[in-house]
Ligand binder design. Structure first.
Ligand SMILES: Cc1cc2nc3c(=O)[nH]c(=O)nc-3n(C[C@H](O)[C@H](O)[C@H](O)COP(=O)(O)OP(=O)(O)OC[C@H]3O[C@@H](n4cnc5c(N)ncnc54)[C@H](O)[C@@H]3O)c2cc1C
Length: 440
């Protein structure tokens, strides 16, 4: 029996236990969007016995997707939502400094204002931040192992590594200035090792000496090339029977509360179920399914040195740069920055230059050479939690987007949760905090 026959046999087995009957033809699921969330959902759905069509106008895992150029971190400790208590005091600075780590474009402020208000309110108190962390932790815990299994299924297991992740600080005082975040991490079960100056030097000999304190989270992992990884997952889904259609979804034909078809330009794809996984581009589709949600894009950038000759041994995030630094198969990548400027505005490449310059300051042996830059769109909900659940118009259409800063790490478990809901099984994590109607 070939691997593929094995997989088909497993799929039939799953279908018999997953709420889908052997006697009826498999239900047809349309997955809209082939970033990490859509790709993982497609594979999970095949395992559960669905017939799957993936709609994606671009390359799966291509440069148009956030999943292509992100920081590569599989960080189960990324449970702290972006907004915290007192952030409102910094809003004038965010507006005045277009190159700060978080910037809001004046011209976009009127459109972003309602989202910003919800964003500030979501992190108004420590209790709210802790509640978000408690909701996110089950979605992220164990993520490197889940990714490893998915990657191995697609024949690219080497792209997933678990060597820990380090936060670096110039001194312990900087670490203590983030006490609330670390306190909450501790409460939700995250552990870390504290590294003093000597330990830092031994572990990271090329790191600039100004960093004298580190927090190493050993459960963290990383992906060596998220774009290729997502492309491989989609190719695997196709090898296991999914159809990949190069088209953009435009809406839904829903009759009597039941999905009949997903519409695309000039036609439609008949479907029993659909999941919207179009990342930052999901807002209109969600509204078309009766669920207008406050989805915004937090634009981010990366700068990558394809020929770097110095860098970290373990992926790291310097406190003063607020960016991840990770070796990838395409070079040494630093990724970060948050810019609230919408989906249409041209990139401000100065922001990628800031990342590049900070990387050069962090690794003095790194020579300025060829640098590749990229800008992408985090799909961000105000509270830092994704939307995972049924739309208002039909239980056949699920929302599966809004992962903000944690879409890569959170992709596989989100996929499991979505497919459980589609198959009317109990999800593997509590999904109530992710219900799409929470801002209604
Ligand atoms: C700079 C930066 C650094 C980051 N670092 C990390 C990190 O280290 N770890 C982490 O976990 N997360 C990180 N993230 C966040 C993470 O990349 C995203 O949360 C995640 O990639 C979102 O995945 P997605 O599948 O929802 O969306 P995407 O990857 O954006 O994919 C959406 C897909 O939908 C397609 N699409 C759009 N419209 C339609 C339509 N109408 N019909 C069909 N398809 C459509 C798009 O072409 C795209 O391919 C980072 C993000 C950025 C920008």
């Amino acid at each position: 029996m070939s691997d593929r026959d094995d997989r088909r046999a497993e799929t039939l087995e799953a279908a018999s236990t997953g709420g889908l009957s052997r006697d009826r033809p498999p239900q047809h699921l349309v997955v809209i969007g082939a970033g990490i969330v859509g790709a993982a959902t497609a594979l999970e759905a095949i395992s559960a016995g669905f017939r799957v069509t993936i709609l994606e106008p671009g390359e799966p895992g291509g440069e148009q997707s956030a999943s292509y150029g992100n920081g590569c971190w599989l960080s189960p400790m990324s449970v702290i939502p972006p907004a915290g208590p007192g952030l409102w005091k910094k809003i004038p600075k965010f507006l005045m400094d277009p190159l700060g780590p978080l910037a809001i474009r004046w011209s976009y402020l009127p459109r972003a204002a309602p989202w910003l208000v919800k964003y500030l309110l979501a992190g108004w108190t420590e209790a709210k931040v802790e509640a978000a962390a408690r909701a996110l932790r089950p979605l992220l815990v164990g993520a490197p192992a889940l990714h490893k299994a998915l990657a191995e299924r697609a024949g690219v297991g080497h792209l997933i590594e678990q060597r820990g992740l380090i936060y670096t600080y110039e001194n312990r005082g900087q670490f203590e200035s983030e006490a609330m975040a670390w306190r909450i991490r501790r409460k939700v079960g995250i552990e870390w090792l504290e590294l003093d100056a000597d330990e830092m030097r031994q572990r990271e000999p090329e790191l600039d000496r100004r960093y004298t304190f580190g927090a190493l989270v050993e459960e963290g992992g990383h992906c060596r090339d998220p774009g290729s990884y997502v492309a491989a997952l989609v190719a695997q889904a196709v090898a296991e029977g999914a159809e990949l259609k190069r088209a953009a979804a435009t809406g839904f034909r829903i009759e009597g509360g039941r999905l009949r078809a997903v519409t695309v330009e000039g036609g439609e794809v008949a479907a029993d179920k659909a999941v919207i996984c179009a990342g930052a581009y999901s807002r209109k589709l969600a509204a078309a399914a009766g669920s207008p949600v406050p989805l915004e894009t937090e634009r981010g950038y990366h700068a990558m040195f394809p020929n770097a000759e110095a860098g970290p041994r373990t992926p790291m995030m310097p406190y003063d740069g607020k960016m991840s630094i990770t070796w990838t198969d395409r070079g040494l990548r630093c990724a970060g920055q948050v810019e609230i400027a919408g989906l249409e505005a041209a990139p401000n490449w100065k922001r990628a230059e800031i990342l590049r310059d900070h990387l050069l300051r962090s690794f003095p042996n790194l020579k300025p050479g060829e640098v590749k830059v990229w800008m992408g769109h985090r799909p961000s909900m105000p509270d830092g939690l994704p939307c995972l659940g049924p739309s208002a118009a039909s239980h056949d259409v699920l929302l599966g987007f809004g992962h903000g800063h944690v879409g890569l790490v959170g992709g596989p478990r989100s996929a499991q949760a979505l497919v459980s809901m589609l198959a009317e099984r109990v999800p593997p994590v509590p999904v109530e905090p992710f219900r799409p109607s929470r801002f209604a």
